[in-house]
Write a protein that binds this ligand. Structure first.
Ligand code: GLN
Length: 214
């Protein structure tokens, strides 16, 4: 007899090696991401040092505060290893602050700028939704995830205001006077401006694990 989790595990095994997903755990909502990944039957570990990236199948950069995360990453020697991770095409998913870190360009940065990892050919506005209301929940149409709309929680959230031609837009929502992009994929990079780890909907984590398992 096979349990639900065993079936899931089989799905995310490659050549009998269990996949392990790293969650950058410098600051922010890393525990919630780890819980979702484990709920899908996949191992998750916290990453705070460059050597902890070794052997991981994929990496999640959580939401929180991108300036704080960038500064800690710089202090702990993680910025270059993370850039190398993205450059080499290994799967990575950034949510909210994590999405900002993955952007090639950001506006609304702290004075003096902030370290970005880059790799995703977009321009983000760091606190796009922050000025309007600090936090809100909405439903997003995401054709890639099926007909049922996705609940999405935005917390001082960024938006993508410009995306390169290689970027696949997965979801948009109403911004101030325009429609803005809030979820994208580019190769092995997934980015969401909101927090899928804070809702009961597992489809974003499922999508990322499917990208990882190839
Ligand atoms: N706007 C925040 C930042 O600049 C991100 C907010 C979040 O991750 N919830 O980092």
């Amino acid at each position: 007899m096979c349990t639900f989790n065993e079936i899931r595990n089989t799905r995310y095994e490659i050549r009998n090696i269990m996949l392990t997903i790293g969650i950058l755990a410098l600051q922010g909502a890393f525990l919630e991401h780890a819980a979702k990944v484990r709920q899908l039957g996949v191992e998750a570990v916290e990453v705070r040092k460059p050597e902890q990236l070794e052997g991981l199948a994929a990496l999640i950069l959580p939401g929180g505060e991108s300036t704080a995360m960038g500064l800690v990453a710089e202090r702990w020697g993680l910025v270059e290893p993370l850039r190398e991770w993205v450059r080499s095409g290994k799967p990575v998913w950034g949510t909210c602050a994590g999405m900002i870190l993955l952007a090639d360009r950001a506006v609304g940065q702290k004075q003096g700028g902030q370290p970005l990892i880059g790799g995703l050919d977009v321009t983000v506005n760091r606190n796009y939704f922050g000025r309007q209301s600090k936090s809100f929940e909405t439903l997003l149409e995401v054709p890639l995830l099926g007909a049922e709309p996705c609940p999405a929680i935005f917390i001082r959230a960024p938006a993508i205001i410009e995306a390169g031609s290689q970027v696949e837009v997965l979801a948009r929502t109403a911004g101030h006077d325009e429609i803005v992009i809030v979820a994208v994929r580019q190769g092995n990079i997934l980015a969401t401006a909101f927090h899928p780890e804070l809702t009961a909907d597992l489809r974003w984590h499922q999508l990322f694990l499917d990208m990882v398992a190839g």
